[in-house]
Write a protein that binds this ligand. Structure first.
Ligand code: ATP
Length: 367
């Protein structure tokens, strides 16, 4: 087995039932060496249960978990090459930072000298060297989070499991800490599996994301792939903002399909091959940043278009956000980069304008 071809973690057909309730439903997943993988979903979707099964705190009702090709499904947590960082940072209040970080090593019988060396290295990595003698109650939320991270990493697990690692931090610190986590993971090359309900966090941190709902994975892929090519309405809606137009397929060719949508007030085209039939109900989804606004009708005949009234607009410096009401009553959200300082009159409230987009910007959703 070589590192490059074999996954580090392989989950096959794993389910977890609590009585009749299916918390995790027949999940298959492979996670690679040095990958930063996020499991993203709303409250109660089963993400923590899946993480706890990886850690060994919960036994699957069915299925198999392998790490480096070894079946660990029935192994207790301490026998697995895995460590977990919990939501509430499990750090001892009576120990200073260096004792907290070195705790696991001393328990394993390492000498005081070796422990001190490893603790120093770890404190440097998480930038806590100057805080080594402080007690936990003398630390900020972000510093406590880094102590917990150092404690979880010091025994050099192959996999670190992180359950909502940044949930206790305020927004600004969370954004900063996201980058620190990525840097630390990158430096150590340890596989991180992160559970989060925060889509922005998952997008920023991850090499790949699994979007989970009702115990199942709806889509697994790189952040860009999931954002640009969501495969279902749930995923499209869950990740960022998206406009959806309900309609019926009126024609299908190898290159594109045409959909009639009352919401848009006309026909829509989407490029690419789609496994749909004439007469089928589908949804065409377009991200706000793929839509252009203009006072004049767009010249490019291929562009999808509709006329509407600006109901709301917000100026965010680099971006303008528009809410445009179409004749059908449908509200379309548009975000547009403000690239130039302009002296000519821009689009304003109550203006009648055109919205348009390229057919290739639209995604076709059937579920
Ligand atoms: P959250 O973000 O709210 O923590 P989650 O996606 O992590 O949600 P889980 O903790 O995995 O959700 O729980 C999934 C489902 O399983 C929930 O409906 C929960 O109530 C249920 N559940 C979890 N643990 C148990 C248990 N020990 N007994 C019964 N039901 C449980």
């Amino acid at each position: 087995m070589t590192e490059s071809t074999e996954p580090l973690i392989r989950i096959t057909g794993v389910s977890k039932l609590f009585g009749d309730f299916v918390a995790v439903d027949n999940v298959d997943l492979e996670i690679g060496h040095s990958e930063l993988f996020s499991i993203l979903g709303g409250s109660g979707c089963g993400k923590s249960t899946l993480l706890r099964m990886l850690a060994g705190f919960e036994a699957p009702t069915a299925g198999k978990i392998e790490i480096e090709g070894i079946d660990v499904t029935r192994q207790p947590p301490y026998e697995r090459p895995v460590n977990m960082m919990f939501q509430s940072y499990a750090i001892f209040p009576h120990m200073d930072v260096k004792k907290n970080v070195g705790y696991g090593l001393r328990k394993d019988g390492l000498t005081a000298k070796e422990t001190a060396k490893r603790v120093d290295e770890m404190l440097e990595l998480v930038q806590l060297t100057d805080f080594r003698d402080r007690k936990p109650n003398q630390l900020s939320g972000g510093q406590s989070q880094r102590v917990a991270l150092a404690r979880a990493l010091i025994k050099r697990p192959k996999v670190l499991l992180l359950d909502e690692p940044l949930a206790a931090l305020d927004k600004k610190l969370r954004e900063h800490t996201q980058f620190e986590l990525v840097n630390i993971q990158d430096e150590l090359g340890i596989t991180f599996v992160v559970v989060t309900h925060d889509q922005e966090e998952a997008m920023t941190l991850s090499d790949r994301i699994a979007v989970m709902e009702k115990g199942r994975f709806l889509q697994v892929g790189q952040p860009k792939e999931i954002y640009e090519y969501p495969q279902s309405r749930f995923v499209a809606d869950f990740i960022g903002t998206i406009n959806t137009f309900e309609g019926t397929v009126t024609s299908v060719t190898n290159e594109h399909l045409v959909v009639h949508s009352d919401e848009l007030g006309g026909e829509l085209r989407a490029l690419g091959h789609h496994d749909v039939e004439v007469g089928q109900a589908v949804c065409i989804a377009v991200r706000p940043e793929k839509i252009f606004v203009s006072r004049e009708e767009p010249e490019n005949e291929d562009d999808m278009r509709a006329c509407g009234t600006v109901e709301d607009l917000g100026y965010l410096g680099n971006l303008s956000l528009y809410r445009v009401r179409l004749a059908s009553g449908k509200i379309v959200q548009v975000s547009s980069q403000n690239r130039h300082r302009t002296t000519e009159r821009g689009v304003e409230w109550e203006d009648e304008i055109w919205i348009s987009w390229r057919p290739r910007s639209a995604v076709v959703l059937v579920d």
